[in-house]
Design a protein around this ligand. Structure first.
Ligand code: NAD
Length: 555
């Protein structure tokens, strides 16, 4: 029966060890979908928007109700098919098959632009799935915190002697992802000014302990920043305003900024506030005059990026943080937009060569003690990994859980499977109160083709080759993941990326153990082989040392 009356309602994942579905694989999918839309987790749950501009978990409320209803009755040998947030079929498969297969926002390449996407979206035919929004493994701002922390640690190592103490970072965007920036900088000892035009986003970060204070004027922000820098005291300052105005003003004032980046939702020009538009009028203006709004947003981004280049010319460390702002500024005619690099070629690619990426897990019990126990298990498994130990300690101190308790840490090839199997054993022995869901961001070593971000500047020029994420999704299906997704346009926007996700439920059964071993070996293995194929020596060494088979290196 279809539910014609479905509308916004507040949702929250069930907790505890009692099933509300026919098995833990289905239960994992259901609880994580609900968790994505928990008001503590999602940025705009009433609109089904989880994070990243308009990244949604389900197409509309009717689809949401139909997905949850279907997951509740889905059998162990059935697979639910989800097309851009709408459940479209249930097929008989088998026990090793994923319980859910998801395809989000995919368009035929010649049609893959925002204009066509918006037309289809407003006709109710598609939705924007972002990365972990439409694949039901978003865990709140913590998910990105660790990656952001590692990036700023890499900046510190490259330019500032290993710490950000005594430096000032300037950035913008305090949304679902960007909200990790203030805490990531202060965890590295630095001072940061984070501009956002939405006061509620600044307040939310302060409430969650990610940002220290809010100010409304440039002068106040600079004064606080310089004082803290001089005292070598970490401090994060949320500054209310438009980055396209304030960043150029700071440049004109010759502000003593050491590091500049940005995480406004620039990938979607309808989510970037143009200069001269009041924040209160933004949504209505974008809805009623999308073409005019887009032009004005792009012009503003050009001013913003021009100022970033200006800071680089003065010696600051400047990088694009994966939001496509350089591409948008270039579309507005600014020719030096790509003068500064993306963060992946600048800091992350060596990690990808080792199959390292954002391994994450959530406790379906809802019990924070399960995360404390798994944290300890990870530390016991990898005692030699100092940065991992530092991260877990800081995370335990500083991260406030949003929704189901969860943890993230970057693990590589040969590590993720060991952690996953250990968690499964802990569920089996009753040490944990309920099963654990193990997944990752699509921003990973072998799961994404995104020439402005994860695959920017590949050694062999293969930036735009999108066979890799498709192979990644297929190998995860073949290996026994609980749900697998293929998306288009996440992170950097429509037309600019293809990526895949997998999530696997550790329910304590021997079968789950077998699946986890395969999925968590093969999934990061895709990162190793992708970088071997592109000619990275480090990836070749990792493949040889850890036994990743690459036919072109054999015989
Ligand atoms: P979001 O939509 O939740 O937040 C964007 C924020 O930018 C909002 O708070 C909004 O008020 C603010 N904003 C918009 N225009 C502004 C302007 N002109 N001046 C000041 N503030 C402005 O998005 P998010 O989830 O935080 O993601 C931000 C961007 O970062 C996206 O483009 C996303 O794709 C990208 N991203 C990067 C990474 C990475 O690892 N580098 C990961 C995920 C997402």
């Amino acid at each position: 029966m279809s539910d014609h009356t479905a509308g916004p309602r507040e949702v929250r994942a069930p907790r505890g060890s009692t099933l509300t579905t026919r098995g833990w694989q289905q239960e994992g999918a259901l609880r994580m979908l609900l968790n994505n839309l928990d008001p503590e987790v999602a940025e705009h749950p009433d609109k089904l928007v989880v994070y990243g501009g308009t990244g949604k978990a389900a197409r509309d409320w009717r689809s949401f109700e139909a997905i949850t209803r279907t997951l509740t009755t889905l059998k162990q040998d059935e697979t639910l098919l989800v097309q851009s947030g709408r459940p479209v079929g249930v097929m008989q498969t088998h026990e090793w098959a994923p319980r859910v297969l998801i395809a989000n926002s995919n368009l035929v390449p010649d049609w893959a632009n925002w204009e066509e996407f918006r037309r289809l979206e407003s006709a109710g035919l598609t939705m924007y799935g972002q990365m972990t929004a439409g694949s039901w493994i978003y865990i709140g701002t913590q998910g990105i915190l660790q990656g952001t922390y590692e990036t700023f640690a890499a900046v510190a190592a490259k330019r500032f002697g290993g710490s950000l103490e005594g430096t000032i970072t300037l950035t913008a965007g305090l949304g679902g992802m960007g909200g990790a920036q203030p805490l990531a900088v202060t965890m590295n000892g630095g001072v940061v000014i984070c501009i956002d035009c939405d006061p509620s986003r600044i307040d939310r970060r302060i409430e969650h302990g990610y940002c220290d204070t809010r100010v409304e004027t440039l002068d106040a922000a600079l004064r606080l920043a310089v004082e803290a820098r001089d005292a070598r005291r970490p401090l994060s300052i949320g500054l209310l305003g438009n980055a396209a105005e304030l960043v150029p003003q700071l440049l004109a004032m010759d502000a003593p900024i050491d590091i500049v980046t940005d995480q406004t939702s620039a990938h979607d020009p309808l989510a970037y506030l143009p200069v001269g538009v009041a924040f209160e009028d933004m949504a209505e203006y974008a809805r009623t005059k999308p073409a005019e709004f887009t032009d004005r947003a792009r012009e503003s981004m050009a001013r913003h990026v021009e100022a970033m280049v200006g800071f680089q010319d003065r010696g600051a460390e400047v990088f694009d943080y994966g939001n496509s702002i350089r591409g948008e500024a270039q579309l507005a005619g600014y020719t030096r937009a790509f003068d500064f690099p993306g963060f992946v070629p600048a800091y992350i690619r060596p990690l990808f060569c080792e199959g390292k990426g954002p391994f994450r897990w959530a406790a379906l019990s809802g019990d924070a003690r399960d995360i404390a126990k798994t944290d300890k298990a990870v530390l016991d498994l990898f005692p030699e990994n100092e940065s991992l130990a530092r991260w877990i300690k800081l995370a335990q101190e500083k991260v406030h859980f949003q929704g189901l308790p969860a943890r993230i840490c970057w693990l590589g090839y040969g590590e993720r499977d060991r952690a996953g199997e250990r968690f499964n054993d802990m569920v089996a022995s009753g040490e944990l109160a309920a099963p654990i869901v193990i997944g990752r961001d699509h921003l990973d070593c072998g799961s994404v083709a995104s020439p402005y971000r994860e695959t920017e500047g590949m050694l062999d020029g293969s930036d735009a080759i999108a066979d890799w994420p498709l192979l990644n999704a297929m190998v995860n299906v073949a290996s026994g993941a609980s749900w697998v997704s293929i998306h288009h346009g996440g992170g950097v926007g429509i037309g600019r990326s293809i990526h895949a996700g997998q999530v696997t439920v550790a329910d304590g059964t021997p079968l789950a153990g077998e699946k986890i071993r395969r999925v968590l070996t093969n999934d990061p293995g895709m990162g190793v082989i992708r970088h071997v194929d592109a000619g990275y020596d480090l990836a070749g060494e990792v493949a040889d040392e850890r036994g990743v088979r690459v036919p072109m290196r054999e015989g």
